[in-house]
Design a protein around this ligand. Structure first.
Ligand SMILES: Cc1cc2nc3c(=O)[nH]c(=O)nc-3n(C[C@H](O)[C@H](O)[C@H](O)COP(=O)(O)O)c2cc1C
Length: 256
């Protein structure tokens, strides 16, 4: 089930090659073919992107499968996945990475992702980021406009994060469709051990923050607070609220 019911690994004796099917793959095409010949940052970023976007819901099975394969105690000289470059130099390094990713342990990172019609929610997001960085200089904070970002890159950053903050203004008693689409994707990926909160501007009824909070809860995130909503375009006082909101979030999730 990594990641389809008929996915199977094969092991070739004598040559000691594990044909790992979808596990340990990347969407990386290189005529250089082997892991030791390509750019290492790109390789691991692509391997992580593949894991985050495709294998996250199967993390419990990844863990089980890794234990099963290691228990066979057979020599592995090469891992040939069905996508991307071939692992021939220290091939078990990607197995170690998978064990780490499957454990659900996040990096010291907070991702703030929003969309906005008239920039109000963007100004909120920027002030929240400033509040986080002011409170905790060690945490990596990444800010994304959802509509203008590559969806798979954004999911990868969410995968790395210990907390995410999602922002949308209220539109027709709901969310901007870009934000709703991201939340749908997040729900399907069944992330574990992550914290979250919502924010956004509104004009009169202001449902967006409640809806985002509900969707994040349904998706298994633990909410840090009830969210922050600001009426119309945020002025100095509203920006002050956002800075404080960011500081509070940072202090709630501070730590290694
Ligand atoms: C088409 C449209 C529909 C809207 N519907 C609602 C609504 O149902 N409830 C509400 O509180 N505000 C509504 N608003 C107001 C926006 O939420 C408000 O202008 C907000 O400040 C926009 O934030 P932004 O600058 O991040 O786009 C609507 C605005 C537009 C343009």
């Amino acid at each position: 089930m990594l990641h389809w019911p008929d996915s199977m690994m094969s092991y070739l004796t004598k040559d000691n090659i594990l044909f790992s099917n979808d596990a340990f793959g990347q969407h990386l095409a290189s005529e250089l073919l082997y892991n030791d010949l390509v750019d290492q940052c790109e390789l691991f970023q692509e391997a992580l992107k593949y894991y985050a976007n495709i294998l996250t819901p199967f993390s419990a099975l990844v863990d089980k499968k890794i234990r099963e394969v290691l228990a066979l105690n057979v020599p592995v000289d090469m891992i040939c996945p069905s996508h991307g470059v071939i692992w021939r130099k220290d091939p078990l390094q990607i197995v170690t990475k998978y064990a780490q990713w499957a454990s659900g342990q996040a990096e010291n990172q907070i991702t703030v992702a929003y969309d906005s019609m008239w920039e109000g929610t963007r100004h909120m997001a920027e002030a929240i980021v400033q509040g986080i960085s002011g409170e905790d200089q060690s945490v990596s904070v990444k800010l994304f406009n959802i509509a203008r970002s590559d969806k798979n890159d954004l999911i990868t950053e969410i995968f790395r994060s210990k907390a995410i903050l999602i922002g949308s203004p209220t539109i027709n008693n709901g969310l901007l469709s870009s934000v709703a689409a991201l939340l749908e994707e997040i729900k399907g990926l069944r992330f574990k051990n992550k914290k979250a909160a919502a924010f956004g501007c509104y004009g009169w009824s202001g449902e967006s923050v409640r809806i985002i909070s509900e969707r994040l809860t349904e998706s298994g995130f633990s909410l840090l607070n009830a969210g922050l909503k600001e009426k119309w375009s945020p002025g100095a006082e509203a920006i002050e609220h956002c800075l404080r909101f960011g500081q509070e979030v940072a202090s709630q999730v501070k730590g290694p």
